[in-house]
Design a protein around this ligand. Structure first.
Ligand code: MN
Length: 238
């Protein structure tokens, strides 16, 4: 018992010992379950049961509660005492991208950003067709929704290993793409992300095991949040 207690104390001591004094004063009483630091894990925008059966509560529990939380906790630990601790998450991602000396910070920050964006890209009873403005642009840029749907699935299936599939606006045109690991299109000038699909195995393995295609089809057909995509699309046009 005393061993367990001292291990807990020393682990907490390490965490708090790495924090800048300023960070501590801004967050005087962090909950023990929550990492102290400038970046917060936002709640899921729906109940953890709301995406079932396409994505189970079990998957969301681990994916949001462990994986996403882990990226935020690691980010807070890595930026403690650095100027990055005072920046927005968007700025941390952009200011660390492509810099090998801060790769670990970029990975945590970009994964925190990507996951925030992924949760917003989904909604209960989503999927189906986008609204009129976006539908017209999809017809124009992809030659119809069915072709778009197939190309989005291909982007998700074609990502070898861990990564993300994206629908984005790049210099006024809709584009599909994929990124490995924590990489994200949001760092690119002239790019506004509209939707993403997480294709790391932790996003689907509990529900679909190795059947990534079934997970991707379920996300596209039943979960994509076209209202969110339309908001980002409108924002991209200023
Ligand atoms: Mn993930």
């Amino acid at each position: 018992m005393s061993n367990a207690r001292s291990a807990t104390v020393s682990r907490r001591g390490l965490i708090f010992g790495a924090l800048a004094a300023g960070a501590l004063s801004r967050f005087p009483a962090p909950a023990l379950a929550q990492a102290a630091g400038p970046f917060q894990l936002a709640p899921l925008p729906y109940a953890d049961t709301a995406l079932a059966p396409a994505i189970s509560a079990n998957t969301l529990g681990f994916h949001w509660g462990r994986h996403h939380r882990g990226y935020v906790d690691t980010l807070n630990r890595l930026v403690a005492g650095t100027p990055l601790a005072a920046q927005s998450l968007d700025d941390v991602v952009k200011n660390t991208a492509g810099r090998p000396e801060v790769l670990a910070i970029f990975n945590s920050a970009a994964q925190a950003w990507n996951h925030d964006f992924y949760w917003k890209s989904l909604k209960p009873n989503g999927g189906g067709m986008p609204g009129e403005a976006l539908r017209a642009r999809i017809d124009q840029d992809f030659g119809g929704f069915d072709r778009f749907r197939q190309e989005f699935a291909n982007a998700a299936l074609g990502q070898f290993g861990s990564g993300w599939a994206w629908l984005a606006v790049a210099n006024g045109r809709l584009r599909l793409g994929r990124t490995p690991n924590a990489e994200t299109p949001m760092i690119q000038p002239g790019v506004t992300c509209l939707l993403t699909i997480d294709v790391w195995e932790h996003a689907y393995y509990l529900d679909y095991q190795n059947r990534r295609a079934d997970y991707v089809a379920a996300v596209i057909d039943r979960l994509l949040n076209w209202d969110f995509a339309a908001e980002q699309f409108a924002r991209s046009r200023g």
